[in-house]
Design a protein around this ligand. Structure first.
Ligand SMILES: Cc1cc2nc3c(=O)[nH]c(=O)nc-3n(C[C@H](O)[C@H](O)[C@H](O)COP(=O)(O)OP(=O)(O)OC[C@H]3O[C@@H](n4cnc5c(N)ncnc54)[C@H](O)[C@@H]3O)c2cc1C
Length: 328
């Protein structure tokens, strides 16, 4: 009987998990690796009772019927009709309207947890190098553990980190192609309040100030009652302040919050999170592959849609590409 294809997927974010699902349906045996404590990557949730914060993607639009069917089948997400508005520097609000977004329930990380359930995942395992081994691949982790050999590898970290892994494998051309994708950073402020914040919107966006998006996290379905907001700083500000210390960032984001919500009480909880690679600003047009070595690279940054849906579509495309490369 033919042995199943033994595939390593580096990164258990939405792209890696989507690729794993598609490969598994095609009969492959899949092992995932992630440097974090849990799956999800940028679809992340932090608990700080009585507050919860989705400090990465706050929610997302979905249009692809297969993606929506997956979300519905897994029961890990719900539609959230959010009151949105554009915030102006002079305090005016314009373009107030309701927008329906998908959110994970009870947190954004629930989607990745549900997608990850069928798989073996090596968590807290940062893969540092890929080594060829008689036509297959061995993975070396920071911890000096090694894994494999694998018949094929799907690489899903952000472009700069994927490029470093590919370079370690001697795949300089592929690394250079990957490095053409660009990402923007984002500093997130996690704000918890004593009582409900009386703003007339759940998602406020601004093209001018420090805060680009402010989301009432506790307004989403099935969240704890503690009033929580996540503010995402503008990309340029995030870049300029990326290495400021936590207390300086917390103070700056609290000041920025006061500018957005002048007549409301200050938060009783403030913490920050730095995303070095938050959003794809220059995505590539599809997964990258090296047919001779059975390596495929993908992420939200290899699909024009970008975002959570783009990551899911990119993972599926990468799996289909890998299956076509490896099919005898
Ligand atoms: C602040 C912010 C706001 C956002 N807003 C939105 C939005 O409004 N709408 C929307 O659709 N999307 C939004 N996004 C983007 C969305 O979260 C991403 O597009 C999507 O989650 C990307 O999934 P991915 O699997 O491609 O990458 P990731 O989620 O980054 O997954 C990559 C995984 O690889 C792991 N990894 C990296 N290097 C290694 C290594 N060497 N070894 C092992 N593991 C490794 C990481 O830990 C991570 O889990 C936002 C993201 C952020 C951060």
């Amino acid at each position: 009987m033919e042995q199943p294809l033994n595939v390593a997927v580096i990164g258990a974010g939405i792209a890696g998990l989507s690729a794993a699902g598609e490969l598994s349906r095609a009969g492959a045996h899949v092992t995932l690796f992630d440097k974090s404590r849990g799956p999800g990557g940028r679809t992340a949730t932090r608990h700080a009772p009585p507050f919860d914060f989705d400090h990465g993607a706050p929610g997302f639009e979905a249009h692809d019927p297969a993606f929506i069917a997956d979300l519905e089948r897994l029961g890990c997400a719900a539609r959230w009709t959010a009151r949105t508005a554009e915030i102006h520097a002079d305090g005016r609000l314009t373009n107030a309207r309701d927008v329906t977004l998908w959110v994970g329930v009870p947190g954004m990380n629930a989607i990745a947890k549900a997608l990850a359930a069928p798989f073996d995942i090596e968590l807290r395992t940062r893969i540092a190098a890929l080594t060829p081994c008689e036509g297959r691949w061995t993975l070396a982790a920071d911890s000096r553990r090694s894994f494999g050999p694998f018949d094929a590898v799907v690489v899903t970290p952000p472009p700069e980190q994927s490029a470093a892994l590919l370079a370690s494998a001697g795949l300089g051309d592929l690394a250079r192609d990957v490095a053409r994708a660009a990402m923007s950073p984002c500093i997130a402020g996690l704000l918890g309040f004593e009582s409900a914040v009386p703003l007339p919107y759940d998602v406020g966006v601004s093209a001018q100030g420090v805060i680009a998006v402010a989301t009432r996290n506790s307004g989403k379905p099935r969240r704890p009652t503690g009033e929580s907001w996540v503010v995402h700083a503008a990309a340029q500000w995030s870049n300029e302040h990326f290495f400021d210390d936590d207390s300086a960032l917390a103070a700056a984001l609290t000041d920025a919050w006061r500018a957005v919500a002048p007549s409301t009480a200050d938060p009783m909880h403030v913490s920050v999170h730095r995303w070095r690679y938050a959003r794809a600003t220059t995505p590539l047009s599809g997964p990258l592959a090296d047919a001779s070595t059975s390596i495929v690279v993908c992420g939200d940054w290899t699909h024009a849609t970008t975002g959570v849906e783009g990551a899911w579509l990119a993972g599926r495309e990468a799996a289909i590409r890998l299956t076509s490369i490896t099919r005898p």
